[in-house]
Design a protein around this ligand. Structure first.
Ligand code: M6R
Length: 590
């Protein structure tokens, strides 16, 4: 949801580093991009609609020891050169991630005072406000402007009268990284330059004065505050595509390792005693998240219901926050979020925490906002996930949630089971021929329906999201039993139904669904771990027999199989699977 970066250097060209940083941040939005550099008291700006690469060759001409940059996911105003950030006014240039909810009112007020606006964005009011309040002290002007803003904002501000950057953080993510040559403001830790060895994570409302020598943090009233500087360590998972044509396929291939690392992280870093008390003491569990994270919760619901025997519900975070249920200290709320920055998830669980519930965050990002909201954190150790589509992080979420559910039984067997599930993924990824065959069918279908029962239903819903997100083929995920209650009306010879059958107890009923679809001349592909089901259906459907796996752990293997199908369909149709149109990696606006 927009990426911002700012670099202040003792020596060297900050503009060049900002450009490289924007390339790393592009997963946060890729509708337009821009940068400003401060050189000898003059700000030079370049901005363009489209991808960061469109800034070349002009970006190459920017020089200076201080620079800021922005890659945009459009909320207000179409993605074009004018609406691209930075926005400039007087002596200021500003990049913004977030949404200014009261921008209409501010725009009106500023226009009445004579200000003119070039863009359709909400963000332009910020720079106009700062310019309006500027009487020679940029820090004061920024603080006064920030106090007028409602919504969410991480800002990087350049002023032609002073070296360095002024940053503001409120509800949108921002970190300040340090190396021997100055400091870097950035939306996300993984997008910091490799030279950075430590970071400060500002609190909401903080204003930071960033120079090449020092970084000073203030609260919103400009009283200095202390923010802890923590070391960061090089990623265990390498950034870069590592020889793969796309991040998506690279990250699918990192799923087995993610399971192992997540188990390791659980035993090393989680306060297991306290977490066990939370899980055992819960009279009700609410799992919440958005998109893929919500879908991981759907699968985990069976884990908690079966293993802990406790009532468990799964709620979409953007809905939950507007209809919060009654909670008590015995209500355990589990927030699942890869980025830890998803605004809807943070708002929903913050409200439930205020109402008295216990909150556990299952997240892939250690210093993220959700870790500050939750009472306890269970890490997903997937390493940086760059592709917008969540793949390895979903598998890591399943592993973390499975371990949590097994806290009431036996953690040792859980670890053994997950090792087997990981091995199943490794085995599956040795051959991709079946995925290719199903992808060819997906690519030529007018719609693709994913069906399953129980855990297979949870996998079907996630498979559908993955396919539509990266290939733009229309798709839906359904409980197989619901087919005859509506979806059957859509089945014809141009549709493909992918039926997931990994639970022997439910297999017969799913085979009935296959027959019903075939009778309506619909095409069918079957994803199964069960040899007898494969044998029975191979004459009438394309069947992919997955490595053998227990029903409870089958989502680890079947979900990866369907991630491969989505990836291959996208490639066949000439889509960019890493950067699907209109989307961004972390959704920090509501
Ligand atoms: O960072 P989060 O896990 O909170 O993100 C939630 C969703 O935005 C995310 O899972 C989204 O649905 C993915 N792009 C799907 O692949």
């Amino acid at each position: 949801m927009c990426g911002i970066i700012g670099v202040v250097r003792k020596s060297g060209n900050a503009a060049e580093e900002v450009f490289q940083g924007l390339l790393r941040l592009e997963y946060r939005g890729y509708d337009s991009a821009g940068m400003s550099a401060l050189d000898g008291g003059k700000i030079c700006t370049v901005k363009r609609g489209g991808r960061v690469s469109n800034l070349m060759p002009e970006a190459e001409r920017l020089k200076g020891s201080t620079a800021i940059g922005h890659t945009r996911w459009a909320t207000h105003g179409e993605p074009n050169d004018t609406n691209a950030h930075p926005h400039c006014s007087g002596k200021f240039s500003v990049v913004h991630n977030g949404i200014i909810e009261n921008y209409r009112q501010l725009k009106e007020e500023l226009s009445d005072g004579g200000a003119t606006f070039a863009s359709d964005t909400d963000s332009e009011v910020i720079v106009k406000l700062i310019d309006f309040y500027y009487k020679g002290d940029a820090l004061k002007a920024v603080a006064r402007a920030a106090a007028r803003l409602q919504g969410s904002f991480a800002l990087g501000v350049l002023c032609a009268d002073r070296e360095g950057i002024i940053a503001v953080k409120y509800k949108s993510p921002a970190v300040v990284g340090f190396d021997g040559n100055g400091a870097v403001l950035c939306s996300d830790i993984p997008a910091l330059p490799a030279s950075v060895t430590s970071v400060c994570v500002p609190e909401d409302g903080d204003i930071a004065e960033i120079t090449a020598e020092t970084v000073t943090f203030y609260d919103s009233k400009l009283t200095p505050v202390n923010r802890v500087r923590r070391p960061i360590f090089p990623e265990q998972f390498t950034l870069g595509q590592g020889g793969y044509p796309h991040y998506m396929i690279k990250e699918i291939h990192e799923a087995e390792r993610t399971v192992a690392e997540t188990c390791g992280g659980f035993f090393r870093n989680v306060d297991v005693k306290r977490l066990t008390e939370y899980v055992r003491g819960a009279d009700r569990i609410i799992i919440t998240g958005c998109g893929t994270a919500y879908n991981a919760g759907l699968a985990a619901k069976s884990y908690f219901t079966e293993k802990c025997g406790v009532f468990c519900q799964v709620e979409i975070a953007s809905e939950l926050r507007y209809s919060p249920p009654k909670v008590t200290p015995a209500t355990l709320v589990i927030a699942v979020t890869q980025s830890g920055e998803t605004a809807d998830t943070i708002e929903a669980v913050s409200a439930l925490k205020r109402a008295g519930a216990r909150v556990v965050a299952v997240t892939n990002c250690g210093y993220s906002q959700i870790t500050r909201v939750a009472h306890l954190v269970v890490p997903v150790c997937a390493g940086a996930e760059v592709c917008v589509a969540a793949t390895k992080s979903y598998i890591g979420q399943l592993a973390a949630l499975y371990l949590m559910a097994k806290l009431t039984e036996d953690l040792f067997t859980a670890q053994e089971e997950l090792t087997l599930a990981g091995a199943g993924i490794g085995e599956l990824l040795k051959s991709e021929a079946n995925a290719e065959e199903i992808a060819r069918q997906c690519a030529k279908s007018s719609a693709v329906f994913f069906l399953g029962r129980g855990l297979d239903y949870a996998v079907a819903v996630e498979a559908s999201l993955k396919l539509k997100e990266v290939s733009y083929v229309f798709s839906d995920g359904y409980p197989a039993g619901e087919l005859k209650h509506g979806t059957l009306a859509l089945i014809d010879e141009n549709t493909l139904s992918v039926v997931v059958i990994c639970n022997p107890a439910l297999a017969e009923k799913c085979c009935n669904a296959v027959s019903q679809i075939i009778s309506r001349r619909g095409k069918v592909a079957v994803i199964t771990c069960l040899a007898d089901v494969a044998e029975k259906l191979k004459a009438s459907a394309a069947v992919w027999l997955l490595p053998q796996c227990s029903a409870v752990l089958s989502p680890f293997v079947s979900a990866v199989a369907l991630q491969l199908v989505a990836y291959k369909t996208a490639v066949l149709l000439g889509r960019d699977p890493d950067k699907p149109r209109n989307l961004a990696k972390s959704v920090t606006v509501e």
